[in-house]
Design a binder for this molecule. Structure first.
Ligand code: ZN
Length: 466
């Protein structure tokens, strides 16, 4: 493989350090993180995240393709296709023959509590909502904070069934904790029961039957017209930038919308830099990563592979050409990573301990729960280097299993050299997570260089940087 079409730069680590501390970067950091907080506000669920990205792309002149219709693609064209209302894949075509796909993947969903069908439960003077968990959430983090409800409903209309996004934009429910006086051992560790301890309070008796009416008003229909719903609790408050030098950023859904947002920024910034004969930049933001990606629109589905094959068909590639393109392709699977926690430093690997504001993190795992191998790592490091951005490395402690992510699942459908990376953060899967304000800009810069680049495979997994 040869990494080509990158700006000819040869930065020393000293140059990178100087760039990190530049005043102009501090201003850019403030700007991009305020924009990220606004973006998170618009994305209470995966449906809203895909819809927000869709609207941004439409504003940038991208054409929406339907999977249900034939595609005619033009050289130099900009396109996207949404699946399941919650995953989105966008791409741009170069003017001459493409060399492969440069794919930036991330995910739209975050751990939450999903509202079950027939949600109201009455008793003891209260109305509560019946919920179940979505993903590996930290249950404690959902207590004692104002929450609201968002998602989608499917409505019966005069012209058939119609899906509508809903979002209750006011504080609506709360999960209060038991007083410590009634459970003195609470701070010594408590086992929580999802069916008992995590049910949010919605109202007092007298409001029975009003929850679905409230949702129907948001959807612009009558309650009896709602046939089904995918509704979730979400943290409604805007995130915060904080710390002695505003080093930190806390908000709901940073995993993985911080990467999704930075990927999108990089994808758009690279728009006018894609070389005439480069690769096809592909932005893929999948739903359902938090529950294993096995949905029609998840990374462990045919979605990405279907879209890439349809691009090949529309460009009249032979099967042979498609396979050659695959070998010349690369994926950066970006899903947030664990920074070392100052209260629990013993939980981190003794050597590979990412810090906040020190750049994106390459993730390694010998059992390939992360896909990164030496070749993929070297390509990502080279892209970081050319972007003038520092790069960190993460391994789990050898006695801690750790997680898995998109690259691993996607690989079974579209087998391409993949680096699993992420932005360092604390409190992963809390309702309110913490990351570094310097890292969003770093990731967007890395992705800008990545989406402006191409790989040439010379028949063996050996890198010759030109
Ligand atoms: Zn994630």
């Amino acid at each position: 493989m040869t990494l080509t079409d990158l700006p000819a730069q040869n930065r020393s680590d000293d140059t990178i350090d100087k760039e990190i501390n530049k005043e102009s970067n501090k201003e850019s950091n403030k700007e991009i993180n305020e924009e990220l907080l606004d973006f998170l506000q618009k994305c209470p669920t995966s449906y809203h995240a895909a819809d927000t990205i869709r609207k941004i792309l439409l504003g940038e002149g991208y054409e929406e393709l339907r999977e249900s219709a034939p595609w005619t693609l033009k050289k130099g064209g900009r396109y996207f296709a949404v699946r399941g209302e919650s995953s989105i894949i966008a791409f741009r075509l170069p003017h001459s023959a493409p060399t492969g796909f440069m794919i930036g993947a991330s995910h739209t969903d975050s751990p939450s509590l999903k509202i079950k069908v027939n949600p109201e439960m009455t008793g003891n003077g209260y109305i509560r909502l019946n919920v179940e968990k979505y993903g590996g959430l930290i249950m404690q983090s959902w207590f004692d904070r104002p929450l609201s409800v968002a998602g989608r409903v499917v409505v019966r209309t005069a012209h058939g069934l119609e899906s509508r996004l809903v979002r209750v934009d006011r504080d609506l429910v709360m999960i209060p904790r038991l007083a410590i006086h009634m459970e003195r051992q609470m701070n010594e560790g408590q086992t929580l029961n999802l069916q008992k301890d995590l049910l949010p309070i919605y109202g007092l008796t007298g409001s029975e039957g009003s929850f679905m009416e409230l949702i129907a008003r948001e959807a612009g229909c009558a309650a009896e017209e709602i046939l089904a719903h995918d509704l979730y609790l979400y943290v409604r408050g805007r995130g915060a930038i904080w710390g002695a030098k505003n080093e930190f950023l806390s908000a709901g859904r940073l995993d993985d919308l911080q990467c999704g947002f930075a990927d999108l920024k990089g994808f758009l910034a690279a728009q006018d830099k894609t070389p005439e004969a480069g690769a096809i930049p592909v932005l893929a933001v999948f739903d359902n990563e938090e529950v294993g990606s096995r949905s029609r629109q998840g990374a462990d589905s045919g979605y990405l592979s279907d879209i890439l094959h349809r691009i090949g068909n529309a460009l009249s590639w032979s099967d042979e050409q498609f396979r050659i393109m695959t070998v010349g392709s690369f994926m950066i699977s970006a899903d947030n990573a664990h920074a070392v926690h100052p209260n629990y430093p013993d939980k981190a690997d003794p050597v590979n301990r990412p810090g906040l504001n020190k750049g994106p993190v390459l993730k390694y795992n010998a059992s390939l729960r992360y896909t990164t191998d030496a070749v993929a790592a070297a390509v990502f490091k080279e892209v970081c280097h050319r972007a003038g951005v520092p790069c960190q490395e993460f391994t789990n402690r050898s006695d801690i299993l750790g997680g898995s992510t998109l690259g691993h699942q996607s690989m079974t459908h579209f087998s391409v050299s993949t680096a699993d990376v992420g932005l360092p953060q604390l409190a992963m899967h809390s309702a309110y997570e913490t990351a570094g304000t310097g890292d969003t800009l770093y990731m967007s810069k890395v992705m800008e260089v990545f989406f402006s680049s191409a790989l040439r495979n010379e028949g063996r997994d050996c890198l010759v940087i030109v």
